[in-house]
Write a protein that binds this ligand. Structure first.
Ligand SMILES: Cc1cc2nc3c(=O)[nH]c(=O)nc-3n(C[C@H](O)[C@H](O)[C@H](O)COP(=O)(O)OP(=O)(O)OC[C@H]3O[C@@H](n4cnc5c(N)ncnc54)[C@H](O)[C@@H]3O)c2cc1C
Length: 385
């Protein structure tokens, strides 16, 4: 495998052309109304780019993580927010690597055609936080069904998705020696659940359609189980490198957006008789953040090419996520400072992108846990947890 620079350039151009139909005003309006960018997601689905990671035999584009990353990057670079639909790419590996042939045949072609949406991923719980093995949601097998009880928090797009990947304990924490065991992953068809599944929107700083979900005696068919019962934590971990590379890509897109806007505005806005970017206090932070975004970009492609060659890439994927989210945040602040008071005016889109990119340092995984991975797994220092 391996994508040429020409192929990546073509993807950038094609995705960029789709994004042109969804200008700043579209995203500003969606954000203000806290609406779901339905038309954008429909257009991306119709283009086939949302199904980038679905293999061709199931109707997808059969592309690698490098290409998927470039798709999300271009959306964010254009001023959009790929957070509206990135979950399908984040979760795809779990289904592809560990799902049964029957599950793949049932879901993947319909997802690729845009008839089904897999945009929800339910991991986080109030009492577990970043310590995923502490989740308490229970799935108990009874005959050909599982009965699920528990609570999830911060689950995005549950109301905009048909399918949801759900992580639940099939053996309680206290009953397993190895705490990573006894967790299972299910693909839940939310259109058909029996029992009480209450999805309540949370009032959040970003337009992410994020919810709490209460599950009370929710019945799901046993055929929803992905892979082997009790091995779900391992399956989710398998997907983490892809997720980190994709998050890094989104942050790189944001970083470039901030830098492009700040450079242009700084070169045009005249105060004290000259463009403000003539002043090094304005120009240098923008230049510095550009250097950092480009360095993160190299790490992202290093991680992505290793991932696509099936080589170990945990260190590179984690470092790419860390560097890219820090660089985009640095660029966001440089852009804020360049725009001055206008940065706070919604019509300039800076404050919206500022909020959106800030999320990436914390979710789907916070940067402290990334540093812990580098410190403990790469540098072999003592573990904190
Ligand atoms: C907008 C949004 C959308 C989200 N969407 C989803 C979703 O779709 N599905 C889903 O499952 N989850 C989702 N999340 C949840 C997200 O993944 C978690 O918020 C994130 O992983 C951090 O968990 P927490 O909030 O419980 O933080 P906590 O675990 O409570 O940690 C709080 C802070 O403490 C620090 N910390 C914790 N442990 C350590 C440690 N060992 N070492 C050093 N520092 C530490 C970190 O800085 C961390 O940021 C979303 C969150 C947000 C804000």
């Amino acid at each position: 495998m391996g994508t040429t620079a020409e192929e990546l350039r073509a993807i950038r151009e094609n995705v960029g052309a789709i994004c042109k139909d969804f200008p700043d005003t579209y995203w500003r309006d969606v954000d203000k109304k806290e609406a779901y960018p339905q038309d954008f997601v429909t257009a991306l689905t119709a283009s086939g780019y949302l199904a980038a990671l679905i293999p061709e035999q199931y109707g997808g584009a059969g592309l690698g993580i490098a290409e998927a990353g470039v798709i999300l990057e271009e959306i964010n670079r254009s001023g959009g927010n790929s957070g509206a639909c990135h979950a399908q790419m984040y979760t795809m590996g779990t289904l592809l690597r560990h799902g049964s042939e029957e599950q793949k045949q049932r879901y993947l072609p319909a997802i690729a055609r845009g008839e089904l949406r897999l945009q929800a991923f339910a991991v986080t719980e109030p009492n577990a936080g970043s310590e995923t093995t502490r989740i308490e949601t229970r799935a108990v097998r009874t005959g050909d069904r599982y009965i699920v009880n528990g609570q999830k928090i911060f689950i995005s797009r549950a109301k905009q998705s048909d399918l949801m990947l759900l992580l639940a304990r099939t053996t309680p924490y206290a009953d397993v020696q190895d705490k990573t065991q006894g967790i299972s992953v299910f693909i839940v068809d939310m259109r058909n659940v029996k029992g009480k599944m209450q999805i309540s929107p949370l009032d959040m700083m970003v337009n992410h359609h994020t919810n709490t979900i209460f599950l009370e005696d929710v019945e799901i068919p046993a055929s929803s189980l992905i892979g082997e019962e009790g091995k779900g934590f391992r399956y989710i971990i398998d997907g983490w490198n892809a997720e980190r590379i994709l998050v890094a890509s989104e942050a790189i897109g944001d970083g470039h957006w901030f830098i492009e806007r700040a450079s242009k505005y700084g070169s045009e806005r005249v105060v004290f008789g000259k463009p403000i970017a003539t002043n090094q206090a304005v120009q240098f932070p923008i230049a510095l953040s550009y250097a950092h975004v480009e360095a993160a970009n190299l790490m992202r492609f290093d991680a992505a090419s290793k991932f696509d060659r099936n080589e170990k890439c945990g260190a590179e994927a984690n470092m790419a996520k860390l560097l890219a989210t820090e660089a985009s945040w640095e660029a966001a602040n440089a852009c804020m400072n360049t725009y001055g008071g206008y940065a706070f005016a919604r019509d300039y889109d800076v404050e919206r992108k500022f909020r959106e990119t800030r999320l990436l340092s914390i979710a789907p995984v916070n940067n402290n846990l990334i540093l812990a991975f580098v410190g403990q797994n790469v540098l072999k220092m003592p573990k904190s947890y």
